[in-house]
Ligand binder design. Sequence first.
Ligand code: SME
Length: 190
Amino acid sequence: MPHADSALVPDSITTKPEFWAHVYTQLDLLLDAKQRNWVPNLSNAASLIYNSLLAFHPHFGADTRAVNWCGFYLDAQLFPISGVEQRLLLGPFNGRPACQYINTTPGKARGVCADAFIQGRTVLVPDVEAYPGHIACDGDTKSEIVCPLIAQSRVLGVLDLDCLAEQGFDEDDKAGLEKIAQLLVNACDW
Ligand code: SME
């Protein structure tokens, strides 16, 4: 099967739990046990999730309710760069350009990604306008979900999804994304 076809969603899939189980299986097939670098693995994961969501017409098809961004922000301390501030760095993503880093320094941190990273829990935002400190990388975004990547209690970064509609994500998406985040954590060397 061509790699691109992994983002196709069969018409037989109609519920979100079915959808996320399908995406999990497709990602598992794409990941290669001999290749544990996070760059290709997170790149394909961002593309797979984003394009699968757009192909899943009952909920996220390419209309006013579509997903408009899917990607990763990673703890800068994972990489050998200098800097005084604690921050998340933009990682692999699909969608329009986004902010390159997010401050996570205590007292200065703000935004959904920083909150999910610092608290080590998924943050569901039904209305970004009502979320204190929300960082608007794209003014068209109406709702958001951010899920942490956690390895043995250490938060490595976050997986962030934006939607063009309010209340774009729910508990089914949270459960599906948390399983995918764990699959990715286990599939890469950090
Ligand atoms: N909205 C995020 C920033 C990242 S963009 O959505 C891609 C936040 O508040 O942290």
